[in-house]
Design a binder for this molecule. Structure first.
Ligand code: COA
Length: 203
């Protein structure tokens, strides 16, 4: 994680794709809303099934524990939480640009490839934009995140050095229709303590 939790963020999605049937229809009664502390038990059941090889619960609990500036969205369907995404507001050292880190993102494996992940990310972008956030960064599979406009980030450094083979996995998107990108943006992403663990950013 951010999306490194996957042993290899660049290849993980391709592997899953081979084993997942696509249902093109989003559930008619799905809605996306901000989660609160009462949703934590539902969120705690989602992550172990979405990330069977990784224990993200300590991270997720700390992230949603109330001490971080986090936009936490849940996709709800029939009273179930079928997907979740978090965006953590961060800073870029030395730059006057508002930025959020996308991570983690999870969809119930039984309900993947129906557009739930896309709906969560796009709703997150809308809400972040209305909060004045200009830029979103992610460490994840370019094949998935490219559809949202993410591109390799060669201006802002990640909090920790990431392996060369993951260079294209460190990406950004400008929520401000290119206007932010026109300004000089440089420096290193400054993350809150919950993300200040090198192991979260390394293989
Ligand atoms: C990655 C993840 C969040 C995607 O959510 P989703 O709801 O299944 O994805 P969506 O249906 O919104 O996305 C649809 C598109 O993304 C791509 N996609 C979605 N899941 C994919 C997968 N597992 N592998 C490859 N491509 C995938 C497809 O191309 C698809 O559209 P297309 O066929 O029309 O091109 C979900 O698979 C998941 O929870 N995976 C496990 C956890 C994880 O890896 N999280 C991301 C890193 S934090």
């Amino acid at each position: 994680m951010p999306c490194k939790v996957l042993a290899d963020p660049v290849n993980f999605l391709y592997r899953s794709a081979e084993t997942t049937d696509r249902n093109p229809m989003l559930g008619a009664d799905m809605n996306i809303r901000e989660t609160d502390s009462a949703d934590l038990p539902l969120i705690e059941t989602l992550y172990p099934v979405a990330f069977p090889g990784e224990d993200l619960l300590p991270l997720v609990r700390q992230l949603l524990g109330g001490e971080n500036d986090v936009l936490s969205l849940g996709a709800m369907e029939g009273g179930r939480l079928i997907g979740h995404v978090a965006f953590t507001v961060c800073r870029i050292a030395g730059a006057d640009v508002t930025v959020a880190l996308l991570a983690p993102l999870a969809v119930d494996p039984e309900l993947q490839r129906r557009g739930v992940g896309i709906a969560l990310v796009e709703e997150g972008f809308r809400r972040l934009r209305s909060r004045g956030i200009q830029r979103v960064v992610v460490l994840g599979d370019p094949a998935y995140y490219g559809r949202f406009g993410f591109e390799p980030d060669e201006q802002v450094l990640p909090p920790y050095a990431i392996p060369e083979e993951w260079r294209t996995a460190w990406q950004y998107v400008d929520l401000n229709e290119g206007k932010t990108a026109e300004r000089a943006v440089g420096g290193r992403l400054t993350v809150p303590p919950v993300w200040q663990k090198e192991a979260l950013w390394l293989p």
